[in-house]
Design a binder for this molecule. Structure first.
Ligand code: FE2
Ligand code: FE2
Length: 314
């Protein structure tokens, strides 16, 4: 990223009435316009107007990336720890950071700043989900301004970490899982439009060649990530194996999965069912108990169903 390039950031990560230590731009009529001066804050009314106009992105200069990340870290820390912030404020801040991180990974999956941002977003998502009982349902029911694939990644991350926590996995595993879940389908976002459309097709309706094409999203991007020394091997393995199942019919035909790998794959299948078949969460879990029997341990599926009830998702 060159210093004079413009980098997109979600407007939900630049809060109103909060001083920004860098200039903020909007893209309007083919050009970047300075919208907030360095050291100034956006007025609440102006911010609301932008939201109403469905403006979702601001831009910052590449050279201000470090300042932006620091700004975002303190914004998230304050919001998540503030007794005055509503659940919506908290969820919006965490979602904005996750969306920005995932969208950047889509453009440049091997970039360390993007990976670090994703890891921080995954940590904040955990904090939100673990400390606010209603937050999972809140996140799970939303529509991301970044589109259904990004929303799917956030859904899977939120749901899989909370379910994994109940299944007594280690803190380290929760970190790997939440990071990998946010990243797991960046391979889909990198495919050309026609292949990307396969994301919306139920997997049982795939023709042979479509299945092969779709499974590529678990390969190419993994090779890019695997070369990076700052990405933990467990995170890479989770991404690589997120479409695998115990019957070995996934892209790599793997049939032995670790507990967290099985959880990620199962939660991914569950959320995909809701998206691709446009069915409610209750119907999706009923179908899972039939269609995915054998793909996952029965005990895990049953626990997952109880978990969804406890969380009032179904
Ligand atoms: Fe996938
Ligand atoms: Fe997925």
């Amino acid at each position: 990223m060159s210093d004079n390039s413009y980098t997109p950031v979600r407007i939900t990560t630049i809060k109103a009435e909060r001083q920004v230590p860098f200039p903020v731009y909007i893209f309007f009529k083919d050009q970047y316009l300075e919208y907030v001066q360095q050291g100034k804050a956006i007025e609440k009314e102006k911010y609301k107007k932008l939201r109403r106009q469905k403006i979702t992105k601001f831009f910052i200069l590449g050279k201000d990336e470090g300042l932006y990340q620091k700004f975002l870290d303190s914004f998230l820390e304050e919001t998540l720890n503030s007794p005055d912030a509503s659940l919506d404020d908290k969820a919006e801040a965490v979602t904005g950071q996750s969306e920005t991180a995932i969208e950047r990974l889509q453009i440049d999956p091997g970039n360390q700043t993007n990976f670090d941002m994703t890891r921080k977003a995954a940590k904040n998502l955990q904090k939100l989900i673990f400390e606010n009982p209603e937050s999972l349902k809140r996140i799970f029911g939303q529509d991301s301004e970044s589109g259904p694939i990004v929303q799917h990644c956030i859904n899977v991350a939120a749901m899989s970490v909370k379910f994994a926590l109940k299944n007594k996995v280690t803190e380290e595993e929760l970190d790997w899982l939440s990071t990998a879940a946010l990243m797991h389908d960046i391979g889909v976002m990198q495919m050309e439009k026609e292949s990307q459309d396969l994301f919306y097709k139920p997997k049982n309706d795939f023709e042979g060649h479509e299945k092969i094409k779709y499974f590529e999203h678990c390969k190419g991007v993994v090779q890019i990530l695997a070369e990076k020394p700052y990405i933990n091997a467990q995170v890479i393995e989770l991404i690589e194996n997120h479409e695998e199942n115990l019957q070995g019919s996934g892209p790599h035909k793997k049939s032995k999965l670790s507990k967290v790998q099985e959880i990620l794959s199962m939660v991914n299948s569950y959320d995909k069912k809701i998206i691709t078949k446009k069915i409610p969460p209750e119907t999706a879990i009923k179908e899972m108990m039939i269609d995915e029997l054998g793909n996952y341990n029965l005990a895990l599926l049953t626990n997952f169903k109880s978990f969804l009830k406890e969380e009032k998702v179904i």
